[in-house]
Design a protein around this ligand. Structure first.
Ligand SMILES: C[S@@+](CC[C@H](N)C(=O)[O-])C[C@H]1O[C@@H](n2cnc3c(N)ncnc32)[C@H](O)[C@@H]1O
Length: 217
């Protein structure tokens, strides 16, 4: 097999962002504030091209009931909320009041706060508060990596047929090939679990740090 994916130089990445993924003023301010206030954690934020893709994808599938696990300062949730269909709602799960306090301000500024319901607590527990029936059409998993199998197990039975689950960091900087720590091992095992799950049709895209999309049967 030949490799057709290009490694992205900073210049090529800037070109990609400039061609369809340029953040607007609200998102730019959010990215800058996160970097200034939380320099050590800012890399947790999705890449701008992922944010644009999340809006594109949620709009493409006409998402009305969406969930995000791992909200941080709100960039991906803002992107998802912007793609929701008329009357659509996003439920966000995170453990941090501090991080999501930033998110709340930006949701308000972007005019999407009324569409978002935030639940604070360990997502393995709080996800169980969702109705145990097929009612979600989009889910984005981007929290602690060892929790992914639990979030997956809670979300798949709640997805409508044709719904999509997107999962971030599924390449772990390439370390899925040679895991170095517990998070790497968790993702490598999770990727195999997704491949073996007959309830979904998955594809792993080499966007940013790896983005798995799984269409639920
Ligand atoms: C990678 S960041 C999410 C980035 C976010 N999607 C964005 O684009 O800005 C991971 C988030 O997961 C949250 N988190 C970590 N462990 C968690 C848990 N057990 N339950 C819920 N959230 C958790 C952290 O507080 C952090 O905000």
């Amino acid at each position: 097999m030949t490799t057709k994916s290009l490694p992205l130089t900073p210049e090529l990445h800037a070109y990609v962002v400039a061609h369809g993924s340029d953040p607007d003023e609200v998102m730019r301010d959010l990215i800058e504030e996160t970097l200034a206030a939380l320099p050590a954690e800012a890399r947790m934020q999705v890449a701008p091209e992922q944010a644009a893709f999340l809006t594109f994808l949620t709009r493409l599938i006409g998402a009305r009931r969406a969930v995000e696990v791992g909200t941080f300062t709100g960039l991906s949730s803002l992107a998802i909320a912007r793609g929701l269909a008329e009357g659509g709602r996003l439920t966000c799960f995170d453990i941090s009041e501090e991080y999501t306090g930033v998110a709340r301000r930006y949701w308000a500024r972007a005019g999407v706060a009324d569409q978002i319901d935030l639940r604070i607590g360990p997502a393995g527990d709080t996800l169980r508060g969702l109705p145990y029936e097929r009612h979600l059409d989009f889910a984005f998993i981007d929290a602690d990596k060892v929790g992914y199998p639990v979030y997956w197990a809670e979300l798949v039975p709640r997805m409508l047929p044709g719904g999509v689950i997107a999962v971030d960091n599924t390449l772990r900087g390439g370390r899925v090939l040679a895991p170095r720590d517990a998070d790497d091992r968790a993702i490598a095992a999770f990727n195999d679990e997704v491949m073996a799950d007959v309830r979904v049709e998955p594809v792993l895209l080499p966007i940013a740090d790896g983005l798995t999309l799984a269409r639920v049967r």
